[in-house]
Design a protein around this ligand. Structure first.
Ligand SMILES: C[S@@+](CC[C@H](N)C(=O)[O-])C[C@H]1O[C@@H](n2cnc3c(N)ncnc32)[C@H](O)[C@@H]1O
Length: 286
């Protein structure tokens, strides 16, 4: 599952996860995920201000939505999408418009040997929270930036501020064992929620002018397609999906019933809007 890729051995579990359950769900749901997370991509791209001719690394590019948008913006420049997930990169590769200046590489951003001091911008939407050694990963990434180059990424704030993930997991918890309690330094979707930790990691990696801007969204987890779609999103993405990984059909059915009830309380016509809280993090190389 992890064959054919060099990675930090400490990232083994995440590499396996993104090449199995998570990778499969993100590929199956690619169109829905792109719709669901589009407002966040727009906000992060607005901060990044990629310009024609620039060279950009898209960290944890997944199925390629952000790489494709960045490719349009840099035009004669270049986008290098880096990701550990073979299935997600395969989908990304299928989607590149002909002639777009985009390349994908299957690699761990912690250890990949980027061309040194070659890139203008490091960008990511939710692709940087899964490093076991984040300061090492960001130091490796910073070495790829030109002096004065920019870092811009979106990451989740606290679980408790993200109703779109919290509502389903709380409903599922009646039926599944609690997820392993993550330590403050463990990788995972909320590992960059703490502002002081992000500041420390990026300072240790040598970045300057680090800023975290809080942004709040109402994400329609039904993508305008009603409660069934909302339920599917809730069951297949994020911590509820992790909690369901090794569960049998009976448990899944019980969870689905509870989650459906919980989501119904938030339904507005064909939409199920729930709160999402992110940081947009910016920094520079010197
Ligand atoms: C939550 S998904 C986000 C995907 C994409 N950026 C998006 O917003 O649609 C996280 C992505 O980070 C990737 N990832 C996790 N650990 C990584 C690592 N060490 N190096 C590169 N990519 C990694 C995963 O494979 C996955 O594609």
């Amino acid at each position: 599952m992890n064959a054919g890729i060099q990675y930090d051995p400490k990232n083994e579990a995440e590499v396996a996860y993104w090449n199995s359950t998570a990778g499969r769900h993100w590929v199956e749901r690619q169109e829905s995920q792109d719709t669901l997370l589009a407002p966040i991509l727009t906000a992060a791209l607005e901060r990044a201000q990629a310009r024609p001719g620039e060279r950009v690394v898209d960290i944890g590019c997944g199925t390629g939505a952000s790489s494709i948008e960045l490719g349009k913006q840099v035009a004669s420049g270049q986008v290098l999408g880096v990701d550990v997930s073979a299935p997600m990169l395969a989908r990304a590769g299928e989607r590149i418009p002909p002639g777009a200046p985009i390349k994908f590489v299957r690699a761990d951003a912690t250890t990949y040997k980027f061309e040194p001091a070659a890139f203008d911008l490091l960008f990511s939407r939710f692709g940087v929270m899964f490093f076991a050694e984040p300061a090492r990963a960001f130091a490796n990434l910073r070495a790829a930036l030109k002096p004065g180059g920019r870092l811009v990424f979106a990451c989740w704030r606290k679980f408790d501020e993200n109703g779109w993930l919290q509502v389903p997991l709380r409903a599922a918890q009646a039926h599944v064992p609690p997820l392993p309690r993550l330590g403050p330094e463990d990788p995972g979707p909320f590992s960059f929620a703490d502002e002081a930790r992000v500041q420390r990691i990026l300072a240790d990696a040598g970045f300057a002018a680090v800023k975290l801007e809080p942004r709040d969204f109402a994400l329609d987890i039904a993508c305008g397609r009603g409660l069934d779609e909302a339920l599917q999103t809730a069951m297949e993405i994020g911590p509820t999906a992790r909690a369901l990984q090794d569960q049998n059909a009976e448990v899944r059915t019980a969870v689905a019933t509870s989650v459906r009830h919980a989501l119904q309380l938030h339904q507005r016509g064909n939409q199920v809007p729930l709160g999402a809280a992110i940081w947009i993090v910016t920094a520079t190389n010197g």
